[in-house]
Design a protein around this ligand. Sequence first.
Ligand code: WT7
Length: 626
Amino acid sequence: MLSGEVYYPSEEVIKNANVKNWDELNERAVKDYEGFWEEMAKELHWFEKWQKVLDDSDKPFYKWFTGAKTNIVYNCLDRHVKTFRRNKLALIWEGEDGQLRTMSYFALHREVCKFANVLKSMGVEKGDRVTIYMGRIPEIVIAMLAAARIGAIHSVVYGGFSVESLAERIEDSNSKVLITADGAFQRGKIVPLKQIADEALQRCGTVEHVLVVKRTDQEINMESGRDLWYHELMNLPIATQNCALEIMDAEDPLFILYTSGTTGKPKAILHTHGGYMVGVYTTLKFVFDIKEEDRYWCAADPGWITGHSYIVYGPLLNGTTSFMYEGAPNFPYPNRWWQMIEKYGINILYTAPTAIRGLMRFGESWVKRHDLSSLRLLGSVGEPINPEAWKWYYRVVGNEKCPIMDTWWQTETGMFMITPMPCVPLKPGSGSRPFPGIQMDILDEDGNPVKPNEEGYLVIKTPWPAMLRTVYKDPERYVNQYWSKYPGYYMTGDSARRDEDGYYWIIGRVDDVIKVSGYRLGTAEIESALVSHPAVAEAAAIGLPHEVKGNAIYTYVILKNGYEKSTALIEELRKHVAHEVGPIAKPESIEFVDSLPKTRSGKIMRRVLKARALGEDPGNISTMED
Ligand code: WT7
């Protein structure tokens, strides 16, 4: 018997699940870890086989499937168009304006090849970086796969980011080509992507060509010689639907994705073709229990790792039909999602706690007016899900028959790391145990495992196939940030506890990362945006609990001499942060202060600010300057 509140899967669920016995699978994976992953890898296509499954001769620079040749795009598309799946829908897409587009595997393969030829004609070669900055439209998927097909490295920047975030990422990745759209629809309004891109390009000088998808159709600036329309390029004779696929080494880079960490600028996490492919394929198949007839919906954005792994690569590797929706969950009414689940007969819904809490506020009648009986599995990701939201999701959306897969993972891990499977008993608020074979632990400051139910640092003790390989251009940062606190162990940056049943309960970040509505932001990005305003001398940002967003951003600002505190200035600063970083980074509050708590070496003590704001005891403040 398991302790606490437990939801056991029904006989029916277990009978139909891809994995019927978790313990058996785990035992197999623990006993022969490499053999387990090798067996999974064999379900995919390789042009040449590996010499070694895991090469750990240069820790922590682990390599997987060394010597093997593949290309993830071959496994996502080419493999399927040779079978009955050529006629199967790869993508069903609905625009916020109600527009519907569908694409078979054959059609997606064709569009990807055509666009890959376009990229080639722009001089894009193997190893080149290509930045993609778009909304949730099919072309973002096409652009990612086209880049990967020819061996280029894509760097997707989330469409909710703004000028400085985009400029910084283009500059750091040294991209020659930027793929964007005129705009994106969001809550009935237009996000002016191209206009933001134009401003960003004034701040960085690497881009030679901007390829623009027409989506919102408002007037935009097109710089002659630099900017080209996607639809015009796709109609050129060079855009044929035959495009040779680049044969990649398993360890060749597939993409970089910027994410926030402790101090400083966002870092580019690097993932590869081989191991990432095997990890993402396997985890989606087992956890979301993918079946041939499924219609699967991951409601995240392709611009984050969730979208990379589980909207684009995972579903296509599994040959499933993926649904994608462009807009906001409550537009024009709070039943938008439920309406689409009914309309398209969605079987699996994977979203974030913040979305559930947001929709919960409108009440269950919005859900209940729709027939959601096609659903058989639900998922959650991005932040801890509070049991209240879990139970609402389970009861109201899942009608008490859909297990909830609360998946813990990170941009860095590439794939699910702590997660249930449909056959696993669930405890609301816990992602249950690590994926079969993966060893994790919770340690105290000195590296000793903590007792059951005690809080500590969450670490990963085994390498895994979809793990990040490095921080792009900064291997030192890779070693320092992830592998040096406890040598040999990967440091997640989260704190957690583990109960007597071995179930993990994530508490939150222990570094300078703030999770706002599941989005990962760094205090440094918000602070540097504030300081870039002429009125600001110094700034500090912290995250404080928020009912819907999980955390909200609170900031403290010291003004430069000659500037007056005013509510107008507060509004101006909030807008400034939204303009520089993105609307998701807009501070909930800005408080003007005369000083900030700092250590003697000048580091801001955010912990003290947090304790003050929450009316708690700040703890040890002996390192604080007067
Ligand atoms: C951080 C990683 C990879 C998915 C999207 C987020 C938090 C993620 C959970 C979960 C509790 C979670 C952690 C983690 N997180 N999933 N199921 N329960 N916390 O990726 O932006 O790289 O953020 O998100 O704090 O470290 P990310």
